[in-house]
Design a protein around this ligand. Sequence first.
Ligand code: GDP
Ligand code: IMO
Ligand code: MG
Length: 421
Amino acid sequence: MKVDVLLGLQWGDEGKGKVVDVLTPHYNVVARFQGGPNAGHTLVFEGKKFVLRSIPSGIFQNDQVNVIGNGVVLDPVLFADEARDLEKQGIDIKKVLKISKKAHLIMPTHRVLDAANEKLKGDSKIGTTGKGIGPTYTDKISRNGLRIGDIEENFLEKYNAAKKRHISLLNALGETPDVDELEKKWMEGIEYIKEFDLIDSEFFINKQLKDGKSVLCEGAQGSMLDVDFGSYPFVTSSNTVCAGACTGLGLAPSKIGEVFGIFKAYCTRVGSGPFPTELFDETGATIRQIGHEYGAVTGRERRCGWIDLVALRYTIMLNGVTQLIMMKSDVLDGFETIKACDAYEINGKVTRDFPFSIEHDITPVYTEIKGWNTDMTGMTSEDQFPQEFKDYIKFLEEKLEVPITIVSVGPDREQTIVRAK
Ligand code: GDP
Ligand code: IMO
Ligand code: MG
């Protein structure tokens, strides 16, 4: 067996949580491979809304096993809050969730370092989620990190050494943090984590595949936030592209099967950094309002713009996408005209290829598409799609050269249309 990977092709918040939840019944295992509580994955069903941050979005379906892989960074405080909430919903979380011993721990001082780094950057700050993601991955790469497996041996010694190092870094930045209160909660979170099945997830996942079990890997963030290929330095600190599933779960590249690339019918971004198709006018505000484009966790306003096919072609290539999933199509239901950026004009030259940097003055070259002006939120099959929407799908498939196999027309599980192959 091979694993299937589902990941975001834009700047995150494409609707990954919803689709993982919808696809989970077809799988035995759902695994997160990177990121941490910077993610906010929303699921809506039976009139209720749930937001997941570190826990895979397969958690609400029945017998599936959910795995937090080695590539993830985990904050014990936020994890305990999230898991306890799920316990209250009647989910036997300790039975259905396994955590890699090689996943790294976000310490209270990582959060303080995140804030201090942002302060130091001033106007060029990244606009991080403030969850300590960058400093935790920095410690991982510089071989100073603290892992879940460390809980089992000389933990306090390791924790205190890491904390001491962080404090001296912070002091050098003129900060004198007081993390006592946070630390108390953090240690409680560590005690709670001990009650879970802490595993060598690379062995677990590969054994599942060998036994004929199916695995879905759930990406966090989006490819345009990838630390290597995204709009650097305005990115997150992990590999959000498909290759991240290999390193973040211990999977050989030959084990990758289908790659589901998920995108919105338009485009959004939170935090700072370039966004060539951003709309600063009424249209942008209308998309934000209709699409409820506010952060799932932080509540921050998401910047909105038209779909960017130059960036999408790039991220489809990077991920080897085999199937496309289009989200939030319904948000454009009331538009007379829709625009799609098929090329960039940079210094008078037109390019269809994604450039080294998108920080220069880019003028998007738009193709105008007639809107469908029809409420699609109640539709259940593609036969009901208005002709103009069918034309939009056809246009995108021609430009992106990958079939769109699923279309989402609303936030609910039920508002998902699988297209005939
Ligand atoms: P994720 O981080 O990729 O899981 O996405 P988020 O949960 O951060 O953001 C997606 C938002 O769009 C959530 O509020 C979802 O409930 C909502 N959503 C998902 N699919 C659709 C859709 O097809 N239509 C509409 N209107 N909302 C959607
Ligand atoms: P999901 O999984 C959207 C953005 C932040 C910031 C940058 C770096 O819900 O799609 P970080 O805290 O990771 O160091 O912040 O990345 N960012 C996200 N934007 N969706 C996310 O996750 C994001 N996770 C991080 O806004 O610009
Ligand atoms: Mg999100």
